[in-house]
Design a protein around this ligand. Structure first.
Ligand SMILES: *[C@@H]1O[C@H](CO)[C@@H](O)[C@H](O)[C@H]1NC(C)=O
Ligand SMILES: *[C@@H]1O[C@H](CO)[C@@H](O)[C@H](O)[C@H]1NC(C)=O
Length: 262
């Protein structure tokens, strides 16, 4: 057992490097840049002129008119980090709030999903309010305001006065020790022609790998992990980690995959 463990460690060291390119890359959720933008508008309510522009290009603006008008932006996958947006126009009374949720089931302009402050009623987690008077220009969340583990962002006007914004982005803060989030040393590819979705297993692995990364990083300094909200470690998460980050383990166990150094 002891010998097994030490030869495993040695092999991991020898095998540091990138996974070869292949069809599995299409399933990798990790973005090429740590600055990500919302990919689509899930819904708008009330009056939000040009909401679709918020996902098209950084300089395109949307204008909220009326108290409680809101837009729900979809980031396409689980993200977490420091949000910023540009306030292009606001009156001295314009104000707005942000709410966050991982599942569309909990989209709500008045509260976030219950992942930070869980209560029996599911309403422990409120909104982040940005109150009047707003300063025009780039607004960036503080480290303390950053949010982990969300896919949907709701931006709601909280005043009758108009508000024009653009340039919504998020600087991912998990996995701070990795410059390139796509650079997995390992890979997983297991087409199953007998199943209605031949790529089901591969999708599952990469989704698990990304969810695992979104909870990860060395515990040093102000970083964000969303593991806390799950309040447990899934054994399967460890397996995802092993496979995507260290292909050699699979090789050792199953003699299936090529490795870089032998
Ligand atoms: C848009 O946001 C980025 C941060 O992602 C920032 O660096 C840039 O200055 C912003 N542009 C404007 C015009 O505010
Ligand atoms: C906006 O609407 C909410 C409830 O719908 C209300 O509580 C709040 O006072 C309104 N705010 C303004 C500035 O009118």
């Amino acid at each position: 057992m002891l010998l097994g463990a030490s030869s495993l460690l040695l092999s991991i060291t020898l095998c540091a490097g990138l996974a070869p390119k292949g069809p599995w890359d299409a399933f990798n959720y990790a973005p090429a840049s740590k600055i990500v933008r919302p990919v689509s508008v899930r819904s708008t309510h009330g009056s939000v002129a040009g909401a679709q522009r918020l996902v098209k290009d950084a300089s395109a603006k949307a204008t909220f008119t009326g108290n409680s008008s809101y837009v729900v932006l979809d980031w396409g996958k689980e993200v977490g980090g420091i949000l910023s947006l540009t306030i292009n126009d606001a009156t001295p009374s314009s104000q707005f709030s942000l709410s966050f949720t991982e599942s569309p089931q909990f989209i709500n302009p008045d509260r976030s999903d219950d992942s930070c402050h869980s209560t029996a009623a599911g309403d422990g987690d409120g909104v982040q309010s940005f109150r009047a008077p707003l300063a025009k220009g780039l607004l960036t969340q503080t480290i303390g305001q950053q949010r982990g583990g969300f896919r949907f962002l709701t931006i709601a006007s909280n005043s009758a006065d108009p508000l024009t914004i653009s340039n919504i982005s998020l600087a991912i803060t998990f996995m701070p020790h990795w410059d390139d989030l796509r650079a997995y040393p390992g890979y997983f590819f297991a087409p199953n022609p007998g199943f209605h979705d031949v790529d089901f297993l591969t999708k599952l692995w990469y989704a698990g790998g990304w969810a695992n990364d979104a909870s990860g990083g060395p515990v040093e300094g102000p970083i964000l992990v969303d593991g806390a909200k799950r309040d447990r470690v899934f054994p399967v998460t460890i397996v995802y980690n092993i496979i995507l980050h260290q292909t050699i383990l699979l090789r050792l166990l199953f003699r299936l995959m090529p490795c870089c150094s032998d």
